[in-house]
Write a protein that binds this ligand. Structure first.
Ligand SMILES: C[S@@+](CC[C@H](N)C(=O)[O-])C[C@H]1O[C@@H](n2cnc3c(N)ncnc32)[C@H](O)[C@@H]1O
Length: 461
């Protein structure tokens, strides 16, 4: 048990970065996590948490900066939970992410010797986000838009004070400032006692067309001057639709709660390559349009389609990957749990005149095993699950009914490693892993992996 108490100060050398971008050092042999410290730093830190196997400490002073440390571009970097590694140069961030993927595969998946390619990064790793959710605070007689501080429900980045978020699209930053002014004009009608009935404001821009959506998440269905506010919102920037969302659970990945269109069509339309996509307020859509092309091209390469294959796109969202692959496949079936995303996906197949694609609504863990057991697996399966990875029943179905090619897209190296570890133990070979940097300045990394049946070559010989 560590012989140190919370509140005590320690001095240590930082040797590594954790999976969430915290500095990792040792003090008297104990592992210490120090947010905002980087490898090579010598730091003074205050212990804030004492656990059996590790300590957590607050950075007080960098006594000697590590060679990689750089000045974060955003003045609220240390206060805001949006970015985690702005204090590291971009090249270093990419190396860190590659190591993170390799370490997860080895440590969690028990997979050694997997080919992990260098991370595909961005030429300009700033202002890439096409979507941002600003929380709304009521303080000192004003409504303020901002981003939460790490691990809290208090604003760490205030749009009015800090002006721009350096990873959000420039036009959305400007829009946020104009919206904040407008909300204050309607402040009285947005109050419920001393609190605001507006929980957050989401801005989403279709970067190729400029169409922009404003989503107001509220605790009440109706409030005074609602239509007036929506009408004014629709006249600023390139806002084409305003949607209200009530009773939402912000951390849920699947759309829950009720949405109502206050202005416009209730959706925006974007273009990726020569495909168009309709996007409703709650449907999932990748947030980095530049890297989405890179990611999907890699999926297409790994899918290795010749025009004859039956493809399944599991966790398909609005059908982006399914439609991206459709012209090279015999047929594609998308599976998605969100009713709104499925409605968008079906509409997107029609918009792009792709008749060999269909979508079913339901949970992959229920539908995929049933479909596999009934008709055998597809020739190519794309898996793009949420952060928690694939349900065990999905992996077991893959073990029962082997699929020649699986392309696994993941935004969480930990759950990816767990699932690949299972599949590697049940007849699949992990051919290659390509990390793609969809989220510069953060600790997040996306991966595309190709898996094949381990015994295919042997059977053919
Ligand atoms: C990471 S997103 C990928 C979407 C799409 N492939 C893309 O690139 O835009 C995961 C999707 O899985 C859906 N989803 C979450 N849990 C699900 C489940 N149990 N069964 C089916 N779909 C699910 C979410 O609604 C979301 O659209």
């Amino acid at each position: 048990m560590p012989c140190v108490q919370p509140g005590e100060q320690v001095i240590l050398e930082v040797e590594d970065l954790s999976h969430s971008g915290e500095g990792v050092g040792r003090w008297q042999g104990q592992v210490v996590f120090v947010p905002l410290a980087v490898p090579g730093d010598r730091v003074r830190a205050t212990v804030v948490e004492v656990r059996k196997k590790y300590l957590r400490a607050r950075l007080e002073e960098v006594l000697l900066p590590g060679p990689a440390r750089c000045r974060p571009r955003c003045p609220s970097f240390a206060r805001c939970g949006g970015c985690h590694v702005q204090h590291l140069p971009y090249d270093y961030q990419l190396q860190y992410k590659a190591k993170l993927v390799r370490d997860s595969l080895e440590r969690i998946g028990k997979l050694t010797g997997v080919k992990v390619l260098p991370v595909l990064g961005m030429d300009n790793p700033w202002h890439y986000r096409n979507k941002v959710r600003f929380h709304v605070a009521h303080r000192a007689g004003r409504l303020a838009l901002g981003l939460y501080a790490p691990g809290s429900h208090v604003l760490g980045h205030w749009m009015a004070r800090d002006a721009v978020c350096h990873i959000v699209d420039g036009e959305l930053n400007n829009l946020a400032l104009m919206i904040e002014c407008l909300l204050n004009k309607y402040r009285e009608s947005l109050l419920d006692g001393s609190k605001t009935l507006l929980s957050y404001v989401t801005l989403r821009k279709a970067v190729a067309t400029g169409e922009t959506m404003v989503v107001l998440a509220t605790t009440k269905d109706r409030w005074p001057r609602q239509e007036e506010l929506a009408g004014e919102l629709a006249r600023i920037g390139r806002v084409t639709t305003v949607v209200q969302q009530t009773a939402v659970l912000p951390d849920r990945e699947v759309d829950v709660g009720h949405t109502r269109t206050l202005y416009g069509k209730g959706y925006i339309t974007d273009r990726l390559g020569d495909l168009v996509f309709r996007l409703s307020a709650t449907s999932f859509y990748q947030v980095n349009p530049v890297q989405t092309r890179v990611l999907y091209e890699k999926v297409r390469e790994y899918a290795g389609l010749t025009g004859l294959e039956r493809v399944m796109d599991a966790y398909c969202g609005v059908g982006t990957i399914a439609l991206f692959l459709a012209r090279q496949a015999r047929e594609v079936l998308g599976v998605e749990v969100s009713p709104r995303a499925v409605a968008d996906a079906r509409q997107n197949a029609r918009l792009n005149n792709l008749n060999n694609v269909s979508f079913v609504r339901g949970a992959v863990e229920k539908l995929l095993p049933r479909l596999f057991d009934r008709g055998g697996g597809p020739d190519v399966l794309v898996l793009d699950p949420p952060r928690r990875g694939c349900h065990r029943s999905v992996l077991e179905a893959l073990a029962r009914c082997p699929v020649p090619r699986v392309v696994y897209v993941s935004c969480d190296p930990g759950t990816l490693a767990r699932d690949l570890g299972f599949l590697a133990g049940h007849g699949y070979r992990v051919v290659e892993v390509q990390p793609v940097d969809m989220f510069p300045q953060t600790h997040h990394v996306e991966c595309v992996c190709l898996l094949e049946q381990a015994n295919v070559d042997l059977e053919e010989e």
